[in-house]
Design a protein around this ligand. Structure first.
Ligand code: ZN
Length: 255
């Protein structure tokens, strides 16, 4: 059977003489595996459209174990992803996170949009990479069944005021006084909490429409990183490399 769909190439493995086996996040079929024969040759018609992080329209043949790419045409190339190692590292990490959590998704279209949006912000260098990582992780987890309960303090229903404790394992909040009663150290700044609520509840188009001072951003980054690590089954393979190349947030200019 032949199908047509658009998708983002999340991963490529070279095989044979000039073939690529692709992991493609498609809007209609979720994450699929497809072979693009001969696509490593620069003159091959599939060369560009089946490259890593290319967003393309695909015509695919459904085979027994995987799809075969018949035709592909480029819709969008994230050129800004290719020049900076830390940008590539984050894109690879987000791609792996997506393949990890999206397997049971039904609404691949919304998730694909979210990822394309993140790639756009990475590529255009419009936000610190830590910001993009935290936004994408928290929104993705929230939409795939791991939404933390950020409404109010679990014990007394206080909504805001001072630092809160956020439980990285179970994803609940405690206000400062309830945290102290339970022997927990408040770990979440008010600005980072407001940002987390924004990321979870805002309409997709406004996801990146907030700013944070760098210290609060660092707090957001660390909290969401810890929460993500605890929610997924095993650490992502791309994480260590990403952490080794991320620039120091505190020395960066605020956007
Ligand atoms: Zn409380």
């Amino acid at each position: 059977m032949q199908i047509t769909t658009t998708g983002l190439v999340l991963r490529e493995i070279k095989t044979g003489e000039a073939d690529r086996i692709l992991t493609v996040f498609t809007q209609d079929y979720g994450v699929i595996t497809a072979i693009a024969k001969g696509s490593m040759r620069m003159k091959n018609k599939l060369f560009h459209a089946t490259s890593l992080f290319c967003y393309s329209e695909f015509i695919l043949y459904e085979g027994k174990s995987m799809y075969t790419v018949n035709e592909a045409s480029v819709k969008e190339v994230f050129f800004g992803l290719r020049n900076r190692v830390e940008a590539v590292a984050l894109a690879m990490y987000l791609a792996e996170l997506t393949s990890t959590v999206s397997l049971e998704r039904t609404d691949a279209k919304a998730q694909l949009k979210l990822l394309l949006n993140a790639f756009y912000f990475i590529s255009e260098n419009k936000r610190p990479l830590q910001y993009i990582k935290a936004v994408y992780e928290l929104r993705t987890l929230s939409e795939t069944g791991y939404m933390p309960d950020l409404v109010a303090c679990k014990d007394c229903a206080q909504y805001e005021g001072g630092k809160f404790y956020f439980d990285l394992l179970e994803g609940y909040l405690l206000c400062q006084s309830c945290a102290i009663k339970r022997g927990k150290e408040p770990n979440l700044d008010p600005a980072a909490l407001a940002a987390m609520r924004h990321i979870i509840f805002v309409e997709p188009a406004k996801l990146y429409a907030f700013t944070l001072p760098n210290l609060a951003l660092m707090n957001l980054y660390l909290i969401v990183d810890g929460y993500t690590l605890n929610q997924i089954d095993k650490p992502l393979k791309t994480r260590d490399f990403l952490l080794s190349v991320l620039p120091n947030l505190i020395n960066e200019e605020t956007t």
